[in-house]
Design a protein around this ligand. Structure first.
Ligand SMILES: NC(=O)c1ccc[n+]([C@@H]2O[C@H](COP(=O)([O-])OP(=O)(O)OC[C@H]3O[C@@H](n4cnc5c(N)ncnc54)[C@H](O)[C@@H]3O)[C@@H](O)[C@H]2O)c1
Ligand SMILES: [Zn+2]
Length: 362
């Protein structure tokens, strides 16, 4: 494997590199982006003790400040976002300065949103440190925070100047978080990459053992899949919506269980629900749900929602999701593995019927 491995995401005005290195945050190609700018590093209380010092040392010629937030999805909110802005204000950051995220998807999303909103948009770099953020959240420019009413309801499209991935950071990631990242990887298989679904099935053991070469290959493949879709549709007017496979169900699961399920776990469960609904509506046969469940289980991911949740409660939250248009549900369903499509006009009763076949408590 080449180190570093560089992919490019090509957008009209906002192209940028994704630089994947086995064991360091490689900024060699970014001297122009970084040069002498004031930097605000945004991290959290778990990741900062592990990697902040190492990252500060990457910027010997810059004035570097850091903003260390509380850890957790429950802190992906207006207060944390405001705290970042307060720090930017206190240190007089302006449009020639730079924000850098160091953490998982929560930190990437919040840093990106702070960068999008401060002075109507300043530059930022993503340094994702979870599998989920390395294969998904750091790429594509969707930034945001949660509202008590639901996930990611506040946000902006704002592309980073670069995504810098140090694969070695995955060695400190707890197993449950690591597996949750695989939930999003399986998603790409479900959308339009049936071969990748097979590749994941063949490499279960080496992935779980965190074989560094296999992980680098996994990350590069997923970033490429995402880049291919985002390049066609940066602002989600069409095909990019496919990336939401499992997400309308998944967001409802996260909200209704008060974030007891990790995002990648909820997306995995959401894909099972999407497969069930696809089958009930006659788009695919029951093999698809089974194959998804088998792969999720191989990575120790849940396939049943183990919480006191009703199909009605789920439905109400799904209505609050951003994907409801004129009161009709718009969901990503599957005609087969790797054959996802945007399904319009889905009725409440159809969703409820599918949910009843997936929930432990109905
Ligand atoms: N913007 C997008 O396109 C996009 C895509 C997918 C997901 N997301 C968002 O990403 C978030 C989920 O991201 P996540 O799964 O990375 O969760 P996370 O950011 O909460 O990180 C998971 C946990 O791992 C810790 N951690 C991070 N890196 C570590 C490391 N190297 N070693 C040890 N611990 C580490 C974190 O502190 C946290 O406790 C959700 O909020 C989701 O909405 C966004
Ligand atoms: Zn996701």
């Amino acid at each position: 494997m080449n180190n570093p491995q560089t992919l490019k995401i090509t957008l009209n005005d906002n192209s940028y590199p994704i630089i994947i290195d086995a064991n360091r945050f490689n900024l060699e190609a970014l001297t122009n982006v970084v040069s002498k700018r004031k930097i605000m590093l945004v991290s959290n209380t778990t990741v900062a003790p592990l990697y902040l010092k190492q990252v500060v040392a990457l910027f010997p010629e810059n004035k570097v400040f850091s903003c260390v937030l509380e850890d957790g999805e429950v802190h992906k909110n207006i207060n944390s976002w405001q705290h970042i802005l307060d720090q930017l204000a206190a240190h007089q950051f302006n449009r020639s300065d730079l924000l850098v995220s160091l953490g998982g998807g929560v930190i990437c999303d919040m840093t990106g949103f702070a960068a999008a909103s401060w002075m109507r948009g300043i530059d930022f770099i993503q340094m994702p440190t979870t599998l989920l953020s390395q294969i998904d959240a750091s790429v594509g420019g969707k930034t945001g925070i949660n509202h008590p009413q639901g996930k990611n309801l506040i946000g902006a499209f704002h592309q980073p100047k670069a995504v810098i991935i140090n694969v070695d950071t995955l060695n400190t990631l707890p197993a449950r978080e690591f597996n949750a990242g695989i939930g999003e990887a399986i998603k790409y298989g479900g959308i339009n990459q049936p071969d990748f679904f097979g590749w994941l099935s063949e490499h279960v053991e080496s992935i779980k053992q965190r074989d560094p070469l296999i992980l680098q290959e996994l990350i590069a493949q997923c970033c490429q899949f995402k880049a291919d879709i985002v390049e066609q549709d940066e602002k989600e007017q069409g095909v990019r919506a496919l990336l939401n496979l499992g997400h309308t169900f998944g967001h409802a699961i996260e909200t209704i269980t008060d974030y007891q399920y990790l995002h990648g776990e909820a997306v995995g469960l959401g894909m099972v629900m999407a497969a069930e609904l696809s089958q009930q509506l006659g788009h695919c046969d029951s093999d698809i749900r089974k194959m998804l469940e088998n792969l999720l289980q191989a990575f120790d991911l849940p396939i049943k929602l183990d919480a006191d949740v009703t199909s009605d409660g789920m439905l109400q939250l799904m209505k609050a999701d951003k994907k409801v248009i004129n009161n009709q549900h718009r969901l990503i369903l599957m005609k087969g593995l790797g054959a996802a499509f945007i399904a319009e006009d889905i009725k409440d009763s159809e969703i409820t019927a599918a949910l009843k076949c997936c929930l432990t408590h109905t």
